[in-house]
Design a protein around this ligand. Structure first.
Ligand code: FDA
Length: 402
């Protein structure tokens, strides 16, 4: 009798990874008439979709544009994003009767559950006759005579197209791995140094005063003015944690941050210029604490005044001191000493180098038939549905080209 692992199944395309990108790619390719199999080591498909957006999946963003993605090649995402748009995905979502809403800033979420998105992708795969196999350990991947072969415990799959859709290493406890990078290197495709992104940042012990504010959130504008990934500024909420800083504004800026780069936080983004001196003129008897409390949470005001070494009534402060305080509140410097790492990072930045891939088809320039899509690539979106939109768009580009 033939041992199981020697069984060979020949198809048109093997997709490694049954996440957002892999399922989308398989569905589109299957519906184009290709024989497709998706292999994943996890016990169930789409695990990150299921936990995304607090269980409601922020499945796209209406403001998707190439400049909302980080990559060594800032233009790489343009082609795929323009050929499969947020509206295209929304049309698919609506065709399944999935109710949705815009939460804020163009972010679209399911009204019900992220399970609906996974069910939709599975149904799309079924329409394309796609084979989906979970709990598959990928033992070896080989390439000879224009055919890829993938050996699992139970059989060998052979196909002329291999799609790498195994994502990046963020959240290892969900089954995330750096397998895509190993495969890329095996085929001589470069990898841009991966790093945790959309991740909380940690503050050094000297900033203990701020770490004591754990749980306090406030709207800020946060920026980096220099760094390897350029300038960036985000206006959203920041949250103090027992280890440092989090909240949407910090997660966003973390993708542009590296050790040694200071963050400038504007704690009073809505206050007009000269507001503290103006407040002194109008209400000299009002305490500073109360004045700042009109803009900021009380616990934060206490910490900031402590650092500013100011106390008492407005009228007791010189205009110069108030102007200096105002300037500092608008550009408070934090020097994070690290991040919470892959354990807490929503995505991985860096990855398979776009320099070695076609932006139209996601195919490796030097290895015909080898494709990489989704988070495995060196394309990382902002927070707010941009990463799923990249997964759908890059998957669609590859599937349309195979
Ligand atoms: P994804 O990680 O989804 O899929 C990869 C698949 O490959 C997985 O099924 C994995 O099991 C499999 N795999 C990995 N290694 C393997 C191996 N060695 N062998 C076999 N299989 C392997 N984005 C967004 O746009 N909106 C949102 O609301 C959120 N929310 C969110 C919340 C949280 C908590 C996280 C961690 C992330 C998000 N994201 C997000 C990011 C989003 O989840 C992410 O960008 C996409 O899932 C990437 O899709 P991929 O298909 O590329 O990888």
């Amino acid at each position: 009798m033939t041992p199981d692992h020697a069984r060979v199944t020949e198809i048109d395309a093997i997709v490694l990874g049954a996440g957002a990108a892999g399922l989308m790619c398989a569905a589109v390719a299957g519906q184009r008439g290709l024989r497709v199999a998706v292999l994943d080591h996890a016990p169930e498909v789409g695990r990150k979709i299921l936990i995304s957006g607090g269980g409601r999946c922020n499945f796209t963003n209406l403001h998707t544009a190439p400049d909302r993605y980080l990559s060594q090649n800032a233009h790489f995402a343009r082609s795929a994003l323009s050929r499969y748009t947020p509206q295209d995905f929304l049309t698919l979502v609506e065709s399944y009767g999935i109710a949705w809403h815009e939460k804020t800033l163009g972010q679209l979420f399911c009204d019900g559950s992220a399970k609906q998105i996974v069910a939709m992708l599975l149904e799309e795969c079924a329409k394309g006759g796609v084979t989906i196999a979970c709990e598959q350990s990928i033992r070896a991947v080989d390439h000879a005579d224009g055919m890829f072969s993938v050996q699992t415990d139970s059989r060998q799959w052979r196909a002329s197209a291999l799609v790498v859709a195994t994502g990046g290493p963020s959240i290892p406890k969900m089954g995330a791995t750096g397998f895509a990078y190993e495969l890329a290197r095996q085929f001589g495709v470069k990898v841009v140094q991966p790093r945790p992104a959309l991740v909380p940042l940690t503050l050094p012990a000297e900033e203990a005063l701020f770490r004591e504010l754990s749980g306090v959130a406030t709207p800020v504008s946060v920026r980096v003015t220099q760094g390897p990934w350029g300038k960036a500024q985000f206006r959203e909420a920041a949250l103090f944690t027992h280890r440092g800083l989090s909240g949407p504004a910090i997660l966003q800026i973390s993708s542009y941050w590296q050790r040694g780069v200071a963050l400038g936080v504007n704690f009073t983004p809505d206050a007009p210029a000269g507001w503290l001196v103006e407040a002194k003129r109008n209400q000299p008897k009002q305490g500073l604490r109360r004045t700042l409390g009109e803009h900021l949470p009380d616990r934060l005001v206490g910490a900031l005044l402590d650092q500013l070494q100011l106390a008492g009534e407005l009228g007791a402060q010189s205009d110069k001191a108030l102007r200096a305080a105002e300037a500092r509140l608008m550009d408070w410097r934090f020097d994070p000493n690290g991040s919470e790492g892959y354990a807490k990072a929503e995505v991985t930045a860096g990855g398979i180098s776009t320099a070695d891939m076609s932006s139209r088809t996601m195919e490796a320039k030097s290895v015909p038939g080898l494709y990489a899509i989704g988070e495995a690539m060196d394309v990382t979106g902002w927070l707010g549905g941009y990463n799923f939109q990249w997964a759908w768009a890059s998957a669609h580009a590859a599937a349309s080209a195979m």
